[in-house]
Structures are given as C-alpha cells and as structure tokens.
Design a protein around this ligand. Structure first.
Ligand SMILES: [Fe+2]
Length: 583
C-alpha cells in the first residue's frame, strides 16, 4: 500500500512516500526550485518521491495532507467575525486546500476524477506528533509538538503507545511559544522567516537581564490549559491583525507580518532594533533572556508531561523542537531519559507525519519502521556525477580531478581538512530536513579557532555570532561532550568537556556547547570513515560540519555542488569518489 504525504501551500512545502509502512523518500520543494522555505504546491518533490519509489501517481492508494481547515472552527469563526482580513485569508486557504486533488492531477497532466487515491486531512499538530512518534524507536512515549501556529493551534501533546497516539490537549491561537520567539526575534531586528535560529545563537553571548520582563510577555497561567502558558497579549498584534503570513516572490518565500506591539519594547526597556543597526550588549542580553524564558516554559511543559505520562521517553516536533539548546537541557531538568526529534521537525516533516498518521492511526497498521538516518532525498549515479563535471568549469584549465578508491579518498580528504583547507563533501542521497548531516556538507578542521572566521569570509557569509556544528564519531561522544545520548540529526546541544574545548574551538560555541551530530557507521558509513580517518591523523574524532550552500537552499544536484564550489572559495570538492581541487 502506497501513501503520499504532501505539505502544500505552507512554508517548507514537501512530499514523502511511505510504501507498506516503510519510508522510501522525503524531500522539500526548496531543494528543487532553489527558493528557501518555498511554499506553493510541491510538484517537483512529489515527482521525485514517485520516481524513487518506482511508482506512478495512479499507483498511490492514499494521499495525506497535513492540514484540516475545519479544525477549531469555533475559534476561527470568533476571530473571523472580528477581523474581516483574517476571514478573507482563511477563505483563500480553504479553497486552496480543497483544490489539492485538482492541483495534483494538473501537475501530472491528468484528470482529478481519474485519481484512485483516497484523500485524507490530518490536523497540523497531529501530523507533527505522528512525524516524530511513528518513526521513533519507542513503543511508549510522551509526545509534544510546539510551533508558531498550524490549524489554529500552537502546541499539542499526548502519548504514543504501540501503533496509536492519544491526544491529551492543545493550546489554541493566539497563545504560542513559537510566535513568542518570533515576535521578540523581530523586536531584535531579525525579520526574515527562520531568523529565530540566529537569535538562539546570539543568546549565548548575553546575560538574561530581561527575564523578569519576559515573564510578563510569556506567562505561566492556569488559563484553561493544564500546561498553563499564555501570551501577555498587550505586547503582541497577531491576535488583532490575524496571523499574517504572506508569500513573497510570487507565492514562494514566506514572510511574517509584524507581531509585536509598541508595548513590547517599552516593557523590555530596549527600543526595537532595525536590521542594519549595530548589535549591542542590550540586544545580546535580550536574546539571552528570550531563550531563558523559552526554556523555563518549554522545559516546564516537558516536566509536567513526564509526570502525567509516567514515561521516560519523549518525541518532539514542531519548529520549537529545533531549539537544540533547550533540547540539550531535557536530560538534566526533566525526568525524560530518551529523546527523539524528527530531523525535519518543522513543517516539512508534516508530509511524513501525515502519511504515517494515515498508515497507523487511520488504517491501524502495525509499526515496522524506525528513522535512523535522514538520507531520504535525491541521489545521483556516478555517470550523472561524471556528466555534470564534464559540463562544469572544473573540467577546464587549472582544476584537477582524481577518481580515488574509498580508502585513498578518505585518507586524502582527511589530510586536506587537517591542512586547514575547506572541503565540499557530497555523497549519496540528500538529507531530509534543514541540517546537512554528512551527505551535502562542507567540512573543515575543528582544531583551528580561525576556521569560523575563514568559513564566513570565504563561503558562508553568515553573522559571525552564529556557531558552526561538530560531527563526532558516535562512539566517542562521551569522551568529548558532557552527555552521550545520540544526537543523529543535530537537534541537541551539549557542553563540550572543559578540557576538550581548546581542542575543538571552531565548532564550540561561546558558552562551551556544541550542536553536535553523532555519526554511526550504520547511519552513514562514508562520513564515519572520513571522520575516523581524520581521527587517525590528528587524534580528534570530530570535524566541523556546515551545510553545503551559500545563502541558498542546501545543494541538491551535483551541478549545484559544482556551481557552489566554483563560485565560492572552497579548496576542494569531493563528489562521490571524485576529488576535485581548484587552481
Ligand atoms: Fe508546524
């Protein structure tokens, strides 16, 4: 039985295919149309998933769409009556979603009436919860989804047992942990969709001096929900103007409207920063306070969830679950001993979640799949790689190309990294989710403190306060970090042992933590072999890993890797078994 999951008309549009309970392919549309966080209809992603599964659209039995426009209808009507612009927006959303069978048929040049698939609507947060629990290794776990907003809710929690999830509660619009983080992020002058991640990095540079003020912005309260948080609505505007999400560049890049009121900067004692204003001490302190308050509430929710459910395992999804700093503190501040975070914890992951929700929750099929790696995107054959090299500037004057056997490739690449050079590392199938995990990565020497500045100047052009991440041999984690619980998808940050910090300064953040990827031989044998070879040469089982891109979606096809290599100042590119160096 074949189930297609489609996240459409929403940020991070994506598709996934589950065949007889096994995930076969999952990918974001942005990897194809090269527009970061692309929304719209993910036709290219669907086409790829079908190709990978060897199926035609006619062979799809079920289509799962992670949106239910009828969820929380009462709350929606309440706001629709008060906000005509919001009502118009909802009507547009509804017509788009009801048109998904037609959009799918149109993308494949067929007639909607000819599709044999049954269409299912899965509520946003139920799809988030399904995306993490049903692919986790746990048979019994507490579940939490937290994000900005989806189907008019911002959080949902419950319990997973065997092949079923039980939903225990939800927090509805306008109260939201994600919108709290986004609004203060905007107040700090970071206005782009996804900038919350930057502010989380900035937080480590400040002191939480504004924590008390933020306790009024995001309050503990017994306002009808057992987890007891609500927003101090006087500091926000989204409940009056509607949750404004528009799509710039002809329905592609998501743009959030302004969410904080004038009362917020007044309360915080920090004027709203403009994007080009200098970043001052007070901004760093506000970022630290924002993070500290998020942790109080998020970890507080998890503590209550642990007490309610009595389980030691928790599964997380939703945009807030990307907060690796908060996730890293779960082990010390809650009773949970096991944590699973879906690699595409944000809305892309809904495509997988909706498909698994149909497989287990609707069709009552038994569990048979654990997502142990994230390589569910497109891969290319050596012949395709060779053709793209021949068409690229690397075939011209000055570049050298060597095809090497595995052992020689790992040895030589590790040597180049140890010499302080920057290597594009392109292997196998692309990662699912926003983190590069050793198949579409740029790797560098973690021992050189200057590497962070070099990478930023030559390739990544990111804010200097943002940390780079370490990839470590999983079996060595405890020797280098204060926790050793696996973090295969880079969604947990741990403290580096104080004695080791000066050995890997480049991916160690200012507060001594690292947003690590633990690499096993089973999950990624080639990346594991590369890091092992680097350890053999240097004594350090860690490489610095950053995504293979330059202010664009992560490269997908070999052509994009070659273009990025030629365009930037990377020293070498490894494409499969080809080692390419520049003049
Ligand atoms: Fe979401």
């Amino acid at each position: 039985m074949n189930i297609l999951g489609i996240n459409a008309y929403h940020g991070n549009a994506s598709a996934a295919i589950v065949c007889d309970g096994k995930l076969v392919a999952a990918v974001e549309e942005e990897r194809f149309n090269r527009v970061k966080y692309a929304a719209g209809f993910p036709a290219a992603a669907i086409r790829y998933c079908l190709k990978e599964a060897g199926l035609t659209l006619a062979e799809i039995d079920h289509v799962a769409v992670p949106r239910n426009p009828y969820a929380r209808l009462g709350t929606k009507l309440f706001y629709a009556v008060r906000m005509p612009s919001f009502a118009r927006e909802r009507a547009k959303v509804l017509s788009k979603f009801t048109g998904i069978p037609e959009a799918l048929a149109q993308a494949f040049d067929t007639d909607a009436a000819k599709l044999k698939a049954t269409f299912h609507r899965v509520e946003h947060h139920q799809a988030h919860l399904a995306s993490t629990y049903f692919v986790s290794p746990f048979e019994h776990a507490a579940l939490l989804s937290a994000d900005g907003l989806g189907d008019f809710a911002s959080s949902m929690w419950g319990v997973g047992q065997g092949n079923r999830m039980r939903i225990d509660g939800a927090i509805a619009f306008p109260h939201s942990l994600g919108l709290y983080y986004s609004a203060v992020t905007q107040c700090l002058g970071f206005l782009k969709f996804g900038d919350e991640y930057k502010v989380m990095g900035l937080a480590a540079y400040g002191e939480p001096l504004h924590l008390e003020a933020l306790r009024d912005v995001l309050r503990f309260s017994s306002n009808g929900n057992e987890f007891g948080f609500q927003l101090g609505l006087e500091y926000f505007t989204h409940h009056r103007t509607g949750p404004e999400m528009s799509w710039a560049e002809s329905d592609k890049t998501p743009v959030l409207g302004k969410m904080f009121s004038d009362a917020m900067p007044k309360k915080l004692g920090v004027p709203a920063r403009q994007p080009d204003d200098p970043l001052e001490r007070r901004h760093r302190d506000l970022a630290a306070s924002l993070q500290a308050r998020l942790e109080e509430v998020y970890l507080g929710m998890l503590k209550k969830l642990a007490a309610q459910t009595g389980t030691k395992a928790v599964c997380l999804a939703g945009g807030v679950a990307f907060n690796c700093v908060a996730n890293g503190k779960i082990f010390d501040t809650t009773p949970f001993e096991k944590v699973y975070v879906h690699p595409a914890a944000g809305d892309a992951g809904l495509a997988v979640g909706a498909a698994y929700h149909v497989w287990h929750q609707t069709l009552d099929k038994p569990r048979s799949f654990v997502m142990e790696h994230a390589y569910w995107g497109p891969g290319y054959t050596p012949a395709e790689v060779r053709r793209s090299m021949q068409a690229s500037a690397v075939s011209g004057e000055g570049y050298t190309i060597h095809e090497l056997g595995d052992d020689e490739l790992m040895r030589r690449t590790a040597e180049i990294i140890a010499e302080g050079k920057i290597v594009g590392w392109y292997q196998g199938r692309a990662e699912w989710g926003p983190r590069a995990l050793g198949n579409r990565s740029i790797v560098a020497d973690p021992r050189r403190a200057e590497m962070k500045e070099i990478l930023n100047r030559r390739i990544k052009h990111r804010e200097i306060f943002r940390p780079f991440a370490p990839s470590i041999l999983a079996e060595k984690t405890g020797e280098w970090f204060e926790k050793s619980y696996p973090s295969p998808f880079m969604n947990l940050a741990y403290s580096v042992h104080p004695g080791k910090r000066d050995k890997i300064p480049a991916p160690t953040h200012i507060d001594g933590t690292g947003r690590l990827q633990t690499v096993t031989r089973e999950a990624n044998p080639r990346y594991h072999a590369l890091i092992s070879q680097f350890e053999r040469q240097t004594g350090v089982p860690v490489v610095l890993n950053t995504s293979f891109n330059d202010n664009e979606p992560i490269v997908c096809r070999p052509e994009e890797a070659l273009d990025c290599f030629v365009r930037t100042h990377m020293d070498a590119l490894v494409l499969g078994n080809f080692l390419i160096t520049r003049p």
